[in-house]
Design a protein around this ligand. Structure first.
Ligand SMILES: Nc1nc2c(ncn2[C@@H]2O[C@H](COP(=O)(O)OP(=O)(O)OP(=O)(O)O)[C@@H](O)[C@H]2O)c(=O)[nH]1
Length: 397
């Protein structure tokens, strides 16, 4: 994006009189605020490509009349051109955050480092906004950010993760997925994970964790090229909703950027879609669906134990020779023999099995979708079945 005054959002209230966002809301019973994390795949470093269009999308959100009060946290000082220039301020050599009301009701914040500090300071102004958008840097691994909202008591009590949106560049995605090992933007180590086998690019990580993938710059590729890009995205993550845009213009923010409910519900439709859609175009990462019988109590215990082995220990019971497990996203609906349904939600090693009061096990099958590295379908099914059989045999002996 060219840096021009014309593109600066219409900022109001640049200090001086206290603004509405300064109002402290002293009400501990306020509902939790949803947050969407926006990531963008990074341009191929040596080719000097332009970005995928994150600033263009944010510009749209910050200036469109959508009648929502969104707090937008920008995470790259000075990197998203015109949006940040008016609000970046320094004290000595340190850049600090600044909050501004925008003309369309949004508020905007820019911070230098991690978004967590910004979120904490944002929540002091709770009540002035009803949604948070957190933009992450191009190198961010969303799998490190998402669990914070489950694990951090302070943030988790006031904010809930609504979903992760990844924007990709239709023109450059395939190259980004093939960045050679040794390129500085290839993730070859992140803590606590075994990285044997094919290395993942940052783009792989960002797509595999996404609940929505926005394929932007569709005007720069042919229809045939676009089909290939879309198939590739779906082969990495069959659960995500994929939407194609030009200049980041989404037809509606709701369902594509906001109100995703990706962590609070698991729909049968999304699991069915994932089960149909997985191809194996990508050798390093993919989606696998496991179907299960309705489970007795002992089966649920076995499922929990098995998930701990797979997600916590990166170990597939019964297939200990397979290493390099790295689960990124887990979702499922699990029926029980008494007719109830539990929803399974997981990101990396964190997972939760919660009741779905609306669910009816008699009307739907049980299935779990895994997205991750080294995910092999038959071994997973066999491993879980073996764990289930062992627990049932133990119970009846
Ligand atoms: N042809 C075309 N150009 C686009 C589209 N979306 C954005 N652009 C242009 O691509 C360039 C980069 O867009 P940005 O929105 O700045 O991308 P970004 O992801 O924020 O990039 P960084 O700021 O480097 O992180 C700008 O010149 C945009 O005008 C699109 O759909 N089609």
């Amino acid at each position: 994006m060219e840096d021009s005054d014309d593109e600066v959002p219409d900022l109001v209230d640049e200090g001086g009189a206290p603004s509405s966002i300064d109002a402290q809301v002293d009400d501990e019973n306020l509902p939790k605020v949803p947050i969407t994390i926006i990531t963008v795949t990074r341009r191929y470093k040596s080719a000097g490509y332009l970005g995928a269009g994150k600033s263009t999308l944010l510009q749209h959100i910050l200036t469109a009349q959508h009648f929502k009060k969104i707090a937008v946290i920008l995470n790259e000082f000075g990197d998203t051109a015109s949006l940040e220039k008016p609000i970046s301020i320094s004290q000595g050599s340190t850049q600090v955050s600044e909050w501004l009301n925008l003309a369309n009701g949004c508020i905007c914040c820019s911070v230098k480092d991690t978004g967590v500090a910004a979120l904490e300071s944002l929540m002091e102004r709770r009540g002035a906004f009803d949604y948070i958008l957190l933009e992450t840097t191009g190198l961010a691994d969303p799998g490190n950010i998402a669990p914070i909202f489950w694990l951090d008591d302070a943030l988790g009590s006031s904010i809930y993760l609504d979903g992760i949106v990844t924007m990709v560049d239709a023109k450059n995605l395939l190259r980004e997925l093939h960045q050679p090992v040794g390129d500085e933007e290839v993730v070859d180590e992140h803590q606590g994970h075994d990285h044997t086998g094919p290395k993942l690019s940052v783009a792989h990580l960002q797509i595999s964790h996404a609940d929505v993938v926005i394929v932007n710059k569709t005007d720069l590729v042919s229809p045939a090229e676009l089909v290939v890009v879309e198939e590739r995205v779906r082969s990495i993550n069959s659960l995500a909703r994929v939407h194609k845009t030009t200049h980041g213009i989404v037809p509606s923010l709701s369902g594509l950027v906001l109100d995703l409910a990706a962590y609070s519900s698991v729909t049968s439709d999304s699991l069915d879609f994932a089960a149909k859609g997985h191809s194996h175009l990508d050798s390093s990462i993919g989606t696998v669906t496991v179907t299960l019988p309705p489970l007795y109590e002992a089966g649920l215990v076995a499922l929990d134990k098995w998930l701990r082995a797979v997600l916590w220990d990166s170990r597939l019971p019964g297939h200990e020779n397979i290493t390099g497990w790295e689960m990124h996203r887990t979702k499922g609906r699990v029926g029980t023999t008494d007719g109830k349904v539990k929803m399974l939600q997981g990101v990396r090693e964190i997972f939760d099995l919660i009741d779905d009061p609306e669910g009816d096990a008699a009307e739907e099958g049980s299935r779990i979708v895994f997205i991750g590295k080294h995910v092999g379908g038959s071994e997973i099914v066999e491993s879980f079945q073996r764990s289930l059989d062992a627990s049932l045999a133990q119970q009846s002996s």
